[in-house]
Design a protein around this ligand. Structure first.
Ligand SMILES: [Zn+2]
Ligand SMILES: [Zn+2]
Length: 428
C-alpha cells in the first residue's frame, strides 16, 4: 500500500502550516522593505545549469542531484539549490541589461538525494536572495544584514555570524601555493577526495567534512593573509559597514567556498540548537558565476537559508506556538426540508461581505450543529428552520447570552452584519 510519502519528503499538515506561513510572511515583508522582488523559476532545469552553476566536482552535483530524462529524452535535474536557476533566468531574460543592481529573492522546494537526517530532507525548502551588478561592499553588507535581520524578526537573537574573504583570481595563486606547501608533506594522510583536490583546488581541502582532513587543516594558511590590496580593502569595507549597522560577526579563516567563481566575501550563520553547531544558512559573493554560465561579467552575491532547520530551531525554542483554528464570526444552522439552499445562499452572501462563516455539510441534527457552532466559537448563529422559513423568518441567536430574535429572511444579512459591527466596536 502506498501510504507513506517517499523517504526524505514530508507533509506539512494543516496544524503545522501556520509556522511556515508565518515565516514566509516575514520573508515577503523583509524583502519588500529591502527592495528585493520575488522570482519563481521552474523546479527543474537542464542538467547543464547545475553542472556548471554549482560545480561539476561538488558533492551536490556528483552524488546528490535528482537527474532524469523526460519523455523527450532531455537531460533534466530537479534544482538542488536556487542560485544557478536564478542566474539562468537573469541571462535568458537579460535582466542585467536593465537598471542595476538587480535584487531578487526566492522561496521554494529544492531537491537533493542525500541521507535524510535531522532537519535535512530530500525535498527541502530554501529562502534565498541574490544581488547582481553590485561589486561594492555595500551589497555584501546589505545581504548579510538582511539575513541577520530576518532571524532577528523571527526572535532568533543569538546566532553566530561567521565571515571571511576568500579573495579573487589575483590573490589566489599565492594562497594556493601556500596551501600546497602546507599540505604537501602530509598529503598521504588526507582522504582520497582531498588528495585529488590538492592538485586541482587545494582550497577545497579546507572545506572537507572528514574529521581527519579537518584536523590536518588546522593552522593551514588563511585566505585573509593572502588577499590582494583590492580584496583586503573590500573585506575591510564590508566589516566596517557591518559594524556601523551593529551586526556582530566573527572572522573565520576556515570558512571557504572552493569553487572558482566564488570570490571575496563568504559568510555562514550558526545555531547551537540542533545538536552540534549547525549552519542554518550562508552565502557569499560569486563574481564569476554569471560568466561561467555563459553571460557577461556581472558580479553577484547572495545567500540561501534552509527553512526546515529554521522551523526546527524555532520549535526547540518555543517560538512557534500551535496555531489555533481561526474562530468563525457566524455559524449558519439548518433544520428541515428545503432549508439547505436558503442556508447556503445566506452563507455565501455573508462570505461575500468578508464575514467568516461556517455551516453544516453533514446533515447533522440541530443539537449537533449547535455544538459545532460552539467549537468554532461563533458568537452569532443563524438558525434556518422549516416552520420559520414558511413564515419568511429566520432565528438569530447570540451565543454569549442565549438571546434569540426572529428576523425576516430578507433582512438577515443586514441584521447579522449590524451585530458583528457592534461587537467589533465594543472589542476595539
Ligand atoms: Zn584579490
Ligand atoms: Zn578530505
Amino acid at each position: 500500500m502506498l501510504t507513506g510519502a517517499p523517504r526524505g519528503t514530508k507533509d506539512i499538515l494543516p496544524d503545522q502550516v501556520g509556522h511556515w506561513q508565518r515565516i514566509e510572511a516575514v520573508i515577503r515583508q523583509i524583502c519588500r522593505e529591502y527592495g528585493y522582488a520575488e522570482i519563481r523559476t521552474p523546479v527543474f532545469e537542464h542538467r547543464e545549469v547545475f553542472h556548471r552553476g554549482v560545480g561539476e566536482t561538488t558533492d551536490i552535483v556528483q552524488k546528490e542531484t535528482y537527474d532524469f530524462h523526460d519523455r523527450g529524452n532531455r537531460e533534466l535535474t530537479l534544482r538542488p539549490e536556487g542560485t544557478a536557476p536564478v542566474v539562468r533566468a537573469l541571462l535568458e531574460h537579460k535582466l542585467y541589461a536593465g537598471p542595476l543592481p538587480v535584487k531578487m529573492y526566492y522561496v521554494g522546494p529544492m531537491f537533493r538525494f542525500g541521507r535524510p537526517q535531522m532537519g535535512r530532507q530530500r525535498q527541502f525548502h530554501q529562502f534565498g536572495i541574490e544581488v547582481f551588478g553590485a561589486a561594492g561592499a555595500g551589497a555584501d553588507a546589505e545581504v548579510i544584514s538582511l539575513a541577520m535581520d530576518f532571524y532577528r524578526r523571527l526572535g532568533l537573537l543569538d546566532l553566530t555570524l561567521l565571515v571571511n574573504s576568500i579573495g579573487c583570481p589575483v590573490c589566489r595563486p599565492a594562497h594556493r601555493q601556500a596551501l600546497c606547501d602546507f599540505f604537501g608533506p602530509r598529503a598521504t594522510e588526507l582522504c582520497e577526495d582531498c588528495r585529488n583536490r590538492l592538485d586541482r583546488n587545494p582550497l577545497r581541502v579546507l572545506d572537507c567534512k572528514q574529521e581527519r582532513c579537518q584536523e590536518l587543516s588546522r593552522g593551514a594558511p588563511a585566505t585573509v593573509d593572502h588577499l590582494c590590496p583590492a580584496c583586503a580593502e573590500h573585506f575591510a569595507a564590508v566589516r566596517e559597514l557591518l559594524e556601523a549597522a551593529g551586526v556582530a560577526y566573527t572572522v573565520d579563516p576556515g570558512l571557504v567556498r572552493g569553487l572558482d567563481y566564488y570570490t571575496r566575501t563568504a559568510f555562514e550563520i550558526i545555531s547551537r540548537d540542533i545538536g552540534a553547531q549547525a549552519s542554518v544558512g550562508g552565502g557569499g559573493r560569486y563574481d564569476h558565476l554569471v560568466e561561467t554560465l555563459g553571460g557577461p561579467p556581472v558580479p553577484g552575491i547572495g545567500f540561501g537559508l534552509g527553512l526546515e532547520r529554521l522551523v526546527l530551531v524555532m520549535e526547540n525554542r518555543g517560538l512557534l506556538a500551535v496555531t489555533a483554528e481561526p474562530a468563525r464570526d457566524v455559524f449558519v444552522a439548518m433544520a428541515g426540508d428545503g432549508t439547505g439552499p436558503v442556508a447556503f445562499g445566506l452563507v455565501q452572501a455573508l462570505r461575500a461581505r468578508g464575514i467568516v462563516v461556517e455551516t453544516d455539510c453533514l446533515a447533522r441534527s440541530l443539537k449537533a450543529q449547535m455544538k459545532t457552532a460552539d467549537r468554532f466559537q461563533a458568537p452569532v448563529v443563524v438558525i434556518i428552520g422549516e416552520a420559520e422559513l414558511a413564515r419568511g423568518v429566520v432565528t438569530v441567536r447570540l451565543m454569549q447570552t442565549g438571546e434569540q430574535q426572529e428576523v425576516p429572511l430578507a433582512g438577515a444579512l443586514e441584521y447579522v452584519g449590524g451585530i458583528l459591527n457592534e461587537r467589533k466596536k465594543c472589542a476595539g
